[in-house]
Design a binder for this molecule. Structure first.
Ligand SMILES: [Zn+2]
Length: 248
């Protein structure tokens, strides 16, 4: 699923999402009755807003119009699957430091219409200090703790919902280095994939740290190298690499 989203190609068929994410849950956020005058009289329709999510890193919001509520809801759910977002999670709260992916990795701001919604990392146990549809969307994304602040016409449920989706999309678009990901335990997508990635990320971060620490730790060999290689830093790094190889 992550690869499908990162490819940048739009998801064209909801069946692909059903196959990749079989555990999807959905929730109807808003049913709005609309009336339209036509030549033959009054026509009633419904605008449906739904959220779908797997409670583990993937969430999508959709909105469609239909003539009957039931079929319109089903159509909108399938449509929401095409708007799937891969959410990044982490322990972004400095008050917490538990290093499990229970909240947002950093502060994000989403916008839709006049609504501006800020979602912030919260310590473990705070829960979702969010209102209404935003709470449903964030919960289905798998985030357990978060704080939120909204500005604008927050009574407009639909804008509120799309501002939440926009905020979560910001986590997807924000680039995180392997070092940051390992240090702050930032996870993109489902936890299971993260466990595997985390081992790789830790190894990468350790390798980077070891490479940076080597010249300092190898003070003696540097002195030896100075004798052999006449003191150029490029030469000094070579003997320490050899020693590192022997030690393993
Ligand atoms: Zn934490």
């Amino acid at each position: 699923m992550g690869q499908a989203l990162r490819s940048g190609l739009p998801l064209r068929e909801h069946e692909i999402v059903d196959f990749l994410l079989p555990e999807l849950a959905d929730e109807v956020l808003d049913v709005n009755m609309v009336q339209r005058m036509t030549d033959s009289g009054r026509r009633i329709g419904f605008v449906i807003t739904v959220v779908v999510g797997n409670n583990d890193g993937y969430v999508g919001v959709g909105r469609l119009r239909g003539r009957e509520v039931g079929p319109a809801i089903r159509k909108t759910i399938d449509h929401a699957k095409l708007n799937m977002i891969e959410v990044k999670r982490g322990c972004g709260s400095w008050e917490c430091g538990c290093f499990t992916p229970h909240t947002l990795p950093f502060k994000v701001v989403g916008r839709s219409g006049s609504v501006e919604l800020t979602l912030k990392p919260a310590p473990q146990g705070i829960g979702l200090a969010l209102a209404g549809v935003v709470k449903s969307i964030v919960r289905l994304s798998g985030i357990k703790d978060a704080w939120g602040f909204a500005r604008g016409h927050t009574k407009t449920t639909v804008n509120y919902a799309f501002a939440a989706a926009d905020a979560l999309r910001q986590t997807m678009e924000y680039k995180v280095t392997p070092e940051q990901a390992a240090r702050l335990h930032i996870l993109s997508g489902p936890v299971a994939a993260f466990e595997i990635n985390l081992a790789e990320l830790k190894a990468q971060a350790a390798a980077t740290a070891a490479a940076a620490a080597l010249p300092k730790a190898e003070g003696k060999s540097e002195a030896e190298a100075t004798v052999e290689g006449e003191g150029s830093p490029a030469d000094a790094s070579k003997p320490s690499e050899k020693e590192g190889g022997k030690a393993e």
